[in-house]
Design a protein around this ligand. Structure first.
Ligand SMILES: [Mn+2]
Length: 324
């Protein structure tokens, strides 16, 4: 499975790694795991994303390798690169946002490593394995296949990728392979209690109180099968919490008995809305996300849409209703 990827890595020296917009922890951890592996092999690496690293996840990047793409600052970096590696995004260059346009236009040899279903082949070489619970799992398998060593830094980045993408090993994608790979990461120096603390126990009081506000404003529709909550710019401003800092809010209403789908919308500036969708695994919310130009998995997906929050909410609920 890895032979083409390994050949391409061996054949090149300067790499750019990228992932999808609004990178989650699997995207970031996989980028960093891949970057540390390439450095170990004597390669040079630049990680470029369209959106910044959420502060919560910064602990997996002790060397501050993840950069936010800027056309002027990175023109030469892209021109000088030999090859591009995309992780955790297989819907096409557009899934990468602004940096995707620049990378596509550069026409460099390109590789993709991902676990999203319904992949679109847009790179020269791709390993897409939807049975993997996280792209982080695939990076561990690649590291082994290439004869690399899992360093403590790699272990932390990749463990964090897997633990977040599996909802702390509770999503149905979690299997024996996940745990076998995770065991290796623990042996290599990832500490679960420490990582849990960094991920989930560093909230500001305001963010915890905003969680309370969100819980208090959950609405049910579709006979109780769909729950939705909406955070407007005004509310975010009132609580002083950034829209990029709300990842764990999207599944809050899945706690409710009878709820199959959770819709969580966050208003962004300039009439844009961030859509986060969760389901109990029986409703493919990635199909809804795809309608709005996003993507994801059956139980967890997202997109960013243009429009007022009211319009986007009614359109999203309409699309969800079609699947129920
Ligand atoms: Mn992922």
């Amino acid at each position: 499975m890895w032979s083409e990827i390994i050949t391409a890595i061996n054949d090149h020296q300067h790499f750019i790694i990228s992932a999808h917009t609004n990178p989650d922890c699997d995207a970031l951890g996989s980028e960093l795991g891949m970057a540390f592996l390439l450095q170990q092999l004597g390669k040079t690496v630049t990680i470029l994303n369209s959106d910044p690293m959420p502060p919560t996840y910064a602990f997996i990047d002790p060397d501050r390798m993840v950069q936010t793409y800027s056309p002027n600052a990175h023109r030469k970096t892209i021109a000088d690169a030999d090859a591009i590696i995309v992780v955790d995004a297989s819907g096409g260059w557009t899934r990468l946002g602004r940096v995707g346009d620049a990378l596509a236009a550069a026409h460099k040899p390109s590789l993709c490593i991902d676990h999203h279903p319904n992949s679109v082949k847009y790179t020269d070489v791709a390993v897409v394995d939807p049975t993997a619970a996280a792209t982080g799992e695939l990076i561990v398998e690649l590291a082994e296949a290439i004869g690399g060593e899992i360093s403590p830094k790699m272990a932390v980045a990749l463990y964090t990728a897997i633990v977040t993408d599996t909802g702390n090993f509770r999503f149905s994608s979690t299997d024996a392979r996940t745990h076998r790979i995770t065991a290796k990461l623990l042996e290599a120096g990832a500490h679960p209690a420490e990582i849990y603390n960094r991920l989930y126990e560093q909230n500001s009081l305001a963010r915890v109180q905003l969680e309370g506000y969100t819980l208090q404003h959950i609405e049910l529709t579709h006979g109780g099968r769909t729950a939705y909550s909406v955070l407007t710019l005004e509310i975010l401003e009132r609580f002083g919490v950034a829209s990029s800092d709300l990842d764990s809010f999207s599944g809050l209403s899945q706690k409710i008995k009878g709820v199959d789908v959770s819709v969580f919308l966050v208003e962004l500036p300039r009439q844009r809305v961030k859509i986060s969708l969760r389901s109990n695994g029986t409703v493919p919310v990635n199909q809804v996300a795809a309608k709005f130009g996003g993507g994801g998995h059956v139980p967890a997906a997202g997109a960013t849409a243009d429009g007022t929050i009211e319009t986007v909410l009614s359109n999203v609920l309409g699309e969800v209703a079609k699947l129920l």
